[in-house]
Ligand binder design. Structure first.
Ligand SMILES: Nc1ncnc2c1ncn2[C@@H]1O[C@H](COP(=O)(O)OP(=O)(O)O)[C@@H](O)[C@H]1O
Ligand SMILES: O=P([O-])([O-])O[C@@H]1[C@@H](O)[C@H](O)[C@@H](O)[C@H](O)[C@@H]1O
Length: 350
């Protein structure tokens, strides 16, 4: 089945000039506090922007990141955020033992306990980008921010969580509203990709949205599905030992965009998304990707592109790409600290 997705980002102009792959990521960094049985298990750098830039930087895809933090921000990051001195950084508490939350999400209950400032159109550079990613976590993306993004980026990918989250005024619990009532709906015919988890997908009409853009719905250990116009494709998962689901969807989106800017077809880019999502669930916080693994992934992506260019695809060709990526996962090595955290880590039933 062939998907006819939005046009890919621009390709190299001469054989020697590197392709212009500039990706703009917009969304706040945050502090994540992971809580189980009433105790804090870990405190980590969070925010979709941080997980996504981790995947893009590791894959040598150049990106610019616009993010706001407060004076208390304590992480050293490759892409410096805007510091708002009179504010504190956005904080999310993730509870792993409160049962099923209001939207039926069984594995964690999220509360936004503090929020930094929104990202305004004037915070975003006026240059042009091949690809934009609207990836807020705490309500920091405004309709006018997304409008500016679609004006300056050739293609925009949006994580639905940036658009439909609302926060309980008393305890900060995350609730979701229908996409049509989100205040963003009028802009969505101008975006290229909309990503939602299967829980979040209940808050949009996939049948309607798939005629406006390419919709990807992730489903944890089951992989993901792509919907565009009349096409629907299931993209298989990679087997993982889940320790902490935080950031899986973000790393997925990072992998998808790496695949797209490298020129892969959408289902292959989504497979790369599944790959990075599956590695992320095996770690608490940001995974540090093994260099050998990244090199193998790069080689497989180039091989896959060559195959496509030579049109030597056949029916089961994604199975082959999957099979060739699978062994690459096993070159990931955890640091002793990470291993210790994993042993005492969070386990969630999905
Ligand atoms: N337990 C798992 N095993 C293997 N892959 C997983 C697992 N959980 C997540 N993934 C990968 O990460 C992607 C995003 O995860 P998902 O849980 O659907 O998103 P979110 O973090 O937004 O809720 C999935 O589509 C899948 O590819
Ligand atoms: O786990 P996931 O859904 O991909 O994304 C997560 C957000 O939902 C959460 O608000 C944030 O605190 C995490 O750092 C991470 O970005």
């Amino acid at each position: 089945m062939t998907l006819n997705p939005p046009p890919p980002p621009s390709q190299p102009t001469t054989p020697h000039s590197p392709p212009n792959r500039r990706v703009l990521i917009v969304g706040n960094y945050c502090h994540d506090v992971l809580i189980q049985n009433g105790s804090v298990v870990a405190e980590t750098l969070g925010g979709a922007a941080s997980f996504i830039s981790n995947v893009l930087d590791s894959s040598s895809v150049s990106c610019e990141l616009v993010s706001k933090v407060g004076r208390d921000f304590r992480y050293e990051v490759t892409h410096s955020p805007i510091v708002v001195p009179e504010k504190v950084t956005t904080v999310f508490e993730a509870y792993f033992d409160l049962g099923i939350d209001v939207i039926g999400h069984a594995d964690r209950v999220l509360k936004r306990v503090s929020a930094c400032d929104p990202i305004l159109p004037s915070d975003i550079p006026d240059s042009r980008f091949d690809f934009g990613m609207a990836v807020g976590v705490g309500g920091e993306i405004l309709p006018e921010t997304l409008e500016k993004m679609v004006e300056i980026c050739d293609v925009v990918a949006v994580d639905i969580q940036a658009l439909i989250r609302v926060f309980d005024p008393v305890d900060g619990s995350v609730k979701l509203v229908d996409l049509r009532e989100s205040g963003f709906f009028h802009i969505l015919h101008r975006i290229g990709y909309l990503k939602a988890s299967s829980d979040e997908a209940l808050f949009m009409d996939v049948e309607q949205m798939k005629h406006m853009c390419c919709v990807v719905v992730t489903n944890g250990e089951k992989g993901c599905r792509i919907y565009h116009k009349d096409d629907e494709t299931m993209v298989p998962p990679f087997v993982a030992k889940q320790v902490d689901p935080t950031g899986a969807g973000d790393s997925y989106l990072g992998g998808l965009v790496v695949g797209l800017v490298e020129g892969l077809a959408v289902p292959d880019a989504a497979l790369l998304g599944n790959f990075f999502g599956s590695i992320t669930v095996e770690h608490i916080g940001q995974p540090k990707f093994d260099l050998m693994m990244l090199q193998r992934v790069k080689e497989e992506v180039q091989r896959r592109k060559k195959q496509r260019n030579l049109s030597i695809n056949h029916k089961n060709d994604q199975e082959e790409f999957h099979a060739r990526l699978t062994p690459a996962r096993f070159s990931c090595v955890d640091s002793p600290v990470q291993t210790e955290l994993l042993v005492n880590g969070l386990s969630c039933d999905r």
